[in-house]
Design a protein around this ligand. Structure first.
Ligand code: GTR
Length: 387
C-alpha cells in the first residue's frame, strides 16, 4: 500500500505545507485515473424557492424546497433541493447528501413535491413508466430519520441524484453531461456519473451558502454506497465541506482497490460503465498497477473530520478494506496534530473507533440505518458542531 506521506518522486512529506503542495498532484491523479476531470466551466443558475413551511415535522422544523435552474439550458431538469431546518437552533450545521428515489421518498410529508423526473421503475409498482406515483412517498424514509436529526439540532439538504444524471449508461443524454463535458469525445479522463454527482453536491453547497437558515461553513457531505463514492470525491475536491461521511461506499469509494475483496474494479466498471472515467477501465485486470490506492483519496479530506462506515452483511463493499483504508490516513491527520483511527485492530460490530477519522461496522445489510445516523450525529456533535 503506497505510503500517503511519500510523493511519487519518493520524497518524504513531513510538514502540512509539503502535504498541501502535494494535494493538487494527488487530486489530479484521481481525476485522470479514476473519476475523470471535473469541468471548470460554471453553469449559470437561478434559485427558485418553491415552498416554505414553518410548521413541518409537527412544528419542529422549517421545510423549504428550492430548485436550481440551469438558466442557459431551460430543457435540463432542475436540481430540486429539499431542506429541513430545526426551529430550535439558529443557523445549524447541515448534512448534504443525495437520495436515491426522489425527495418524496425520504418522508411521507404531503407538502413534499412528487418528483417529476426520470426514476428507475420499481417492481412494487410505486414507480411506473419511470415516473413516481403517490404510493412512492416515504419509500426510503428509514434512511432519513428526520425527527432524530432535527431533534439533535441539525439540518438536512437532499436532492434526487438522478436530477443531474439518471443512473444508467444513456442517462448522460438528458443530464448535466449533455451540456457540460459530454462523453462523446471519449477522453480518457472525461468525467462520468460519479463525477457529476460529486459536482452536484458542490452546487447544493453553493445554494446553501446563500441561505441564511443554515451554516454552510459547517456542511457535512454524506453519501451511501455509490453516493458515498461521490461524497468522498466531492469532499476531496471541495474543501468547503467541513466533514465527509461515506457509508458503505465500497470499491471506488473508501475500500482499498489493491486488496481485491468483494467488488473489484473489473466488476464495478462492467456493471456500471457510466460511473468512472475510461482510464479507470485500464486497471480492470491489474489493480496493482494503480499508482495509488483509495486511502489517499480519504487522506485528501484531512484535516477535516471523516467518517467511514461499514456493515457486516455488506461484504461486497469490503468492510475490512474500508477500515484499513481509513486507518492508513492516520499519518496525514497526525501532521495536523489530529488523531485518526488510532488502532490496527478492526473493531467488532457496534464499536466505533477513532477521533477525527472514525469508523464503525454494524450488523445488517447494505443500507443506511438509524444506528448509522446515531453515530454520525455523535461524531458531528464532537467534530463539527462546536467549530
Ligand atoms: C452495487 C455496486 C456498489 C454500490 C452499490 C450501491 O451494485 O456494486 O459499488 O455502489 O451498488 O450504490 O448501492
Amino acid at each position: 500500500m503506497p505510503d500517503p506521506l511519500v510523493t511519487q518522486a519518493g520524497k518524504r512529506i513531513t510538514t502540512t505545507r509539503q502535504w498541501e503542495s502535494h494535494r493538487p498532484v494527488l487530486l489530479k491523479q484521481f481525476a485522470t485515473q479514476v473519476y475523470g476531470a471535473t469541468p471548470e466551466r460554471r453553469l449559470a443558475t437561478r434559485y427558485e424557492v418553491k415552498s416554505v413551511d414553518s410548521s413541518a415535522l409537527g412544528g419542529t422544523a422549517i421545510r423549504k424546497q428550492i430548485s436550481i435552474i440551469w438558466t442557459e439550458y431551460p430543457n435540463l431538469p432542475s436540481l430540486d433541493i429539499l431542506l429541513y431546518v430545526p426551529k430550535s437552533v439558529k443557523r445549524p450545521p447541515v448534512f448534504v447528501g443525495f437520495n436515491y428515489m426522489g425527495n418524496h421518498s425520504i418522508s411521507t410529508e404531503p407538502g413534499i413535491a412528487l418528483s417529476t423526473h426520470w426514476l428507475p421503475n420499481r417492481p412494487d409498482g410505486k414507480v411506473v413508466n419511470n415516473r413516481a406515483t403517490e404510493a412512492a412517498r416515504g419509500v426510503q424514509l428509514s434512511r432519513w430519520p428526520l425527527e432524530l436529526i432535527i431533534s439533535k439540532g441539525y439540518s438536512v439538504a437532499t436532492a434526487y441524484y438522478g436530477d443531474l444524471e439518471p443512473d444508467h449508461p444513456e442517462g448522460w443524454k438528458t443530464g448535466i453531461r449533455s451540456v457540460l463535458g459530454p462523453p462523446t469525445a471519449k477522453k480518457s479522463d472525461g468525467w462520468q456519473a460519479i463525477g457529476v454527482w460529486a459536482w452536484g453536491m458542490s452546487r447544493m453547497l453553493d445554494y446553501l451558502e446563500t441561505d441564511g437558515l443554515v451554516d454552510a461553513k459547517r456542511a457535512i457531505a454524506l453519501g451511501h454506497s455509490r453516493q458515498g463514492k461521490a461524497a468522498l470525491w466531492a469532499g476531496a475536491q471541495d474543501t468547503r465541506f467541513a466533514a465527509v461521511i461515506a457509508n458503505e461506499s465500497g470499491e471506488g469509494g473508501a475500500a482499498l482497490s489493491k486488496r481485491v475483496f468483494g467488488e473489484t474494479i473489473l466488476r464495478l466498471n462492467t456493471s456500471f460503465p457510466h460511473w468512472f472515467c475510461p482510464q479507470y477501465q485500464t486497471y480492470n485486470n491489474r489493480p496493482e498497477a494503480l499508482p495509488f490506492d483509495q486511502h489517499q483519496l480519504l487522506a485528501l479530506i484531512a484535516p477535516r473530520p471523516l467518517y467511514v462506515a461499514s456493515a457486516q452483511g455488506d461484504q461486497w463493499a469490503d468492510p475490512k478494506g474500508e477500515f484499513m483504508s481509513a486507518r492508513q490516513t492516520d499519518p496525514v491527520y497526525k501532521l495536523y496534530g489530529k488523531k485518526g483511527i488510532g488502532t490496527d485492530d478492526w473493531p467488532p460490530v457496534h464499536t466505533p473507533v477513532g477521533e477525527t477519522v472514525r469508523y464503525h461496522i454494524r450488523t445488517g445489510e447494505h443500507d443506511v440505518k438509524r444506528y448509522d445516523w446515531e453515530q454520525f450525529l455523535d461524531f458531528a456533535d464532537q467534530q463539527v458542531k462546536r467549530r
